[in-house]
Design a protein around this ligand. Sequence first.
Ligand code: AMP
Length: 373
Amino acid sequence: MSAAAVKRIGVLGGGQLGQMLGLAAMKLEIECVFYDPATDAPARVAGRHIAAAWNDQVALERFAREVDVITFEFENVPSETLAFLGKFRPVWPRVRSLELTCDRIREKEFLRASGVPVQPFAPISNNAELDLALAAVGPHGVLKTRSLGYDGKGQRVVKAAHELAPAWEALHCAPCIYEAFVPFDREVSVLATRAADGSAVVYPVIENLHTHGILFRSIAPALISTELAQAAEHYARRVLEALDHVGTLALEMFVADNTLIANEIAPRVHNSGHWTIDGARTSQFENHIRAVAGLPLADAGMNEFAAMVNLVGGIPETSEILGIEGTFVHLYGKAPRAGRKVGHINVVAPTRATLLERLVEVERIARRVNRLA
Ligand code: AMP
C-alpha cells in the first residue's frame, strides 16, 4: 500500500499512550481506531474504540479490515493476536520487536548479541537454576519475572545469597531472570523512531528518576558527557536496526561508573518521552504515526530544556500548575487510584537552571497529590 493511502491506523491498546497517538494522528487527518478490552479505555476520546477480547477473532478481523495498518501501544498483546491480525493488514512494529522484548531473558540476549552492554544475568525456572544463577550473577541482584512485569511490579531486590530462594517463592516460582544489581549514578533512556525505509531519528538522551519503581520525572537532555550521549544514540540505532523496527522505541539504560548498561527496551512510545509533546520539534507520538503511515520522519531535536513530571494517583488543580511559567498539563481522563498514572506535566525553559527552578515547584505539587501504591 502506498504511504499516502494510510488514512486509518488500528492501535492495539487504548491507554494514555494510545490517546496521545490518536491526538498526534488527528492533525495529519489520520484516524486511529483503538482495540482494547477495557470499556473505559482513555484513548476513546481520540478515536473510535472497539472493546473486545484479545482472542475474539470475529472482532479482530472486523477491526483489521477497517484500518490500513496496525500498531500497538501496549506490549502485552498476545503474539497470537498480532499473528492473526497480520493476515489482514501490515503490523508495525513487527511482531518480532514485541516478542523479543516481552521476555526479559531473550531481550537481554538480543541486546548482548547486538553489541549493547548488559549486566550479568541468568534464568531461573527451577530449584537447580537458583544455585547456577547465584554463581553466575552473585549475591546482590534483582529478581524479575521474565514477562508481564511493569513499573517495578514482579521484582525483588536480593542482597544476600540466602534471600534468593524466598524472593523466587514470593514471585510464585514464576519463570524469572536474576540479574546483577547495578549501583547506577543515573538512569537514562533514549527514544528513537525508524521508518520502513531504514531512516531514523534519535531524541536527546533523557534522564529519569523513579519512585517505588514508577517513573516520577524525566529531564532532557540528560546531564551526561557527549561521549556517553553519543554511545547511547549509537546503541539505540543498533537496536532499531537489529530489530528492523518500524516505529518509536525506548532503550532504558543505567549510567554506572561512566559506562552505559542497558536495562530494557520498550518497543513502543514511552512515558519518558512525554516531554516531546511540548519540548521537542516533533513528538515521539507524531514520529511513530509518521513511521507506521509510511510518511517521512521529522526533526527529533529540541529548542529549549524540557522535563516531565508524572501524576500518579492524584490530580492537582490545573490552575495551580499553569500558574508556573513554561508548564503544560496533560490529563488522561482516568479516575485517580493509588499507583495509577493519571496525567503528566511538561515543563520547558530556556536554560537548565530555569528548568530546575520550575521543576522544584511542579514536583512539590506532584508529590503532594501523588499516591503511589
Ligand atoms: P524495570 O522494570 O526493569 O524497568 O525496573 C524498574 C526499576 O527498578 C528501574 O528503573 C531501576 O530503578 C530499578 N532496577 C531494575 N533493575 C535493576 C538492576 N539490575 N540494578 C539496579 N536497579 C534496578
